[in-house]
Ligand binder design. Structure first.
Ligand code: 6PG
Length: 256
């Protein structure tokens, strides 16, 4: 797959994860209010993003954001039961969804009880039905995290899935980040989105962010560095700890 043209990217650094969370919630609700076509399609990642959204999104998601028009999918999911503490779907179902105004969004629930390949095929079919006529689903907004190793969603450095350019959802059974069995959106979907926002907080992300945002172009870019949405709308929302090794000018929004 030819590398997509590099997208202009905006890096915003916030005083704290709380400030970042408030700005993120505002960004989500503004994009939801501006979405066209009668709905807002949103892809969510797991990890620390769950609690950040659970903390900040309910108060920001007022009537204009119309969560009942949202279609929510997971950018990746661990193949564990929904009630398992490692389930991202379960975490959103417990901590965020009940706090959004009823009836709340339509959420595509991964069939995590299936075998990995079947779970991926099932989720791909759910997406095809939710995005009729789109070989590659075009999300309005994807929220991605990044690991210290540069992984995003469940796309890990050196993994064959980085070359996947046919399937929209793939399965892996060797995730270096436990749990090992996961499904994930693939790069064609991530790069088709109208907007992608990376969210990163904490010292552990500082080195990989320096490498991705200020390093030289790499022969074999890290997974997060391969996310270059063709729309050109790519933003990085960082807290000061995650941004501490950056030297290039960044946006420092005033405290909200
Ligand atoms: C997952 C995530 C994963 C996550 C990163 C960052 O379910 O594991 O989708 O890609 O976003 O590992 O996680 P933290 O924000 O918790 O560091």
């Amino acid at each position: 797959m030819a590398a997509a043209a590099a997208s202009p990217r905006r890096v915003s650094v916030f005083q704290s994860p709380q400030e970042l969370g408030r700005a993120l919630a505002q960004l989500v609700t503004e994009q939801a209010a501006a979405a066209t076509g009668g709905r807002f399609s949103l892809g969510l990642s797991g990890g620390s993003l769950v609690d950040m959204l659970a903390r900040e999104l309910p108060s920001a998601a007022g009537p204009a954001a119309a969560p009942e028009r949202w279609l929510v999918a997971l950018c990746d999911e661990r193949l564990v039961p929904l009630e398992h503490p490692e389930s991202t779907t379960g975490a959103y179902q417990a901590r965020l969804l009940p706090r959004l105004p009823p009836p709340g969004p339509r959420v595509l629930i991964p069939a995590t009880g299936l075998a990995p390949a079947a779970a991926a095929a099932d989720y791909a079919e759910q997406l095809r039905q939710a995005f009729p006529g789109e070989d590659v689903p075009v999300f309005d907004l994807l929220l991605l995290g990044i690991g210290p190793d540069g992984h995003t969603a469940s796309l890990f450095p050196g993994h064959p899935l980085l070359q996947e350019d046919e399937r929209i959802v793939a399965a892996l059974t060797d995730s270096p980040k436990p749990p090992p069995q996961r499904i994930t959106l693939t790069l064609p979907v991530l790069n088709a989105a109208r907007a992608v926002v990376f969210v990163a907080t904490g010292d552990s992300k500082a080195a990989v962010l320096k490498r991705i945002l200020e390093g030289d172009a790499e022969e074999n870019p890290l997974p997060a560095a391969r996310v270059r949405p063709r729309s050109g709308r790519l933003r990085w929302l960082l807290d000061q700890a995650a941004a501490k090794e950056l030297t290039l000018p960044v946006e420092k929004p005033p405290p909200s």
